[in-house]
Design a protein around this ligand. Structure first.
Ligand code: TMP
Length: 241
């Protein structure tokens, strides 16, 4: 393929295609944590995250959430609409874990009485700081209407994925989303990926972590956890609905 590498991130490469409105995303096995301080590879992570993300994007599209997903091209590549990325990471949380539990001194695993939505400024040099709407305005990175749309979409995604996963005996603890503007029509679309790299998934019965926390916290069984999530999505488990 004569596609040009446009951008290389920690877990993905982005290539041009013959259509200026479309990009090819290539999922790598590389994994990092703590803003790149910890590095490693997770065998076949790229293959699994491509399949898992494609699956979730299709599910969300079927429920009326607009995403950048066009189609899965092969085991590691996805065709997507080219977005001007809004440099905001939206985190939606149902259960206290990770940085939220740390910030408030809460025990991990406590169900939150109401859903928590957080904005982070997507900036590697700054280490993705937590921001609020007035910071977004002062930074000039999105309009108030765009923030409204992004938060609304995040809550809709939460509703769809939480219920879908519940039926597969997986608790959707929290997740991170990224959005961008599709130049062709100016719409804000859900971008990036939705995978065990960007979500916390816990087994509803055992509480076992089925996500990248196994890599971040050196818990072992990383590959098996990613495989297990893919099996659950395909319905290959005997979890009660
Ligand atoms: P946190 O508890 O570390 O803030 O993470 C919240 C969620 O966001 C969790 O599901 C993991 C995801 N996440 C990313 O996708 N990328 C990141 O760089 C970080 C820090 C978290």
């Amino acid at each position: 393929m004569s596609d040009t590498l446009l951008y290389e991130g920690k877990a993905k490469q982005v290539f041009s295609t013959s259509d200026p409105d479309l990009l090819r995303v290539h999922f790598k096995d590389d994994a990092t944590a703590f803003n790149g301080e910890k590095r490693g590879t997770i065998c076949d992570k790229g293959v699994l995250n491509n399949s898992i993300s494609s699956f979730f994007f299709q599910l969300l599209e079927s429920k009326g959430v607009e995403t950048h997903f066009v189609k899965q091209l092969n085991d590691r590549d996805m065709l997507v609409k080219k977005l001007a990325i809004v440099p905001i990471e939206l985190v939606v949380r149902n259960v206290a874990a990770g940085s939220l539990a740390k910030r408030f001194g809460w025990e991990e695993g406590v169900e939150l009485p109401s859903t928590v939505v957080e904005l982070y400024y997507k900036s590697d040099p700054l280490g993705d700081p937590l921001i609020n709407r007035s910071h977004v305005a002062a930074l000039g990175i999105a309009t108030p209407q765009q923030v409204e749309q992004i938060e609304g979409a995040g809550l809709r995604v939460n509703g769809v994925l939480r219920e879908f996963l519940r039926q597969r005996s997986v608790v959707l603890v929290d997740f991170k989303l990224e959005f961008g503007v599709f130049k062709k029509d100016g719409k804000i679309l859900l971008g990036d990926e939705i995978s065990p790299d960007t979500c916390r998934f816990w087994d509803a019965e055992t509480g076992d972590k089925l996500d990248k926390d196994r890599f971040r916290r050196d818990l072992g069984g990383v590959e098996d956890a990613y495989q297990e999530i893919w099996r659950r999505l395909k319905g290959e488990c005997n979890a009660d609905a």
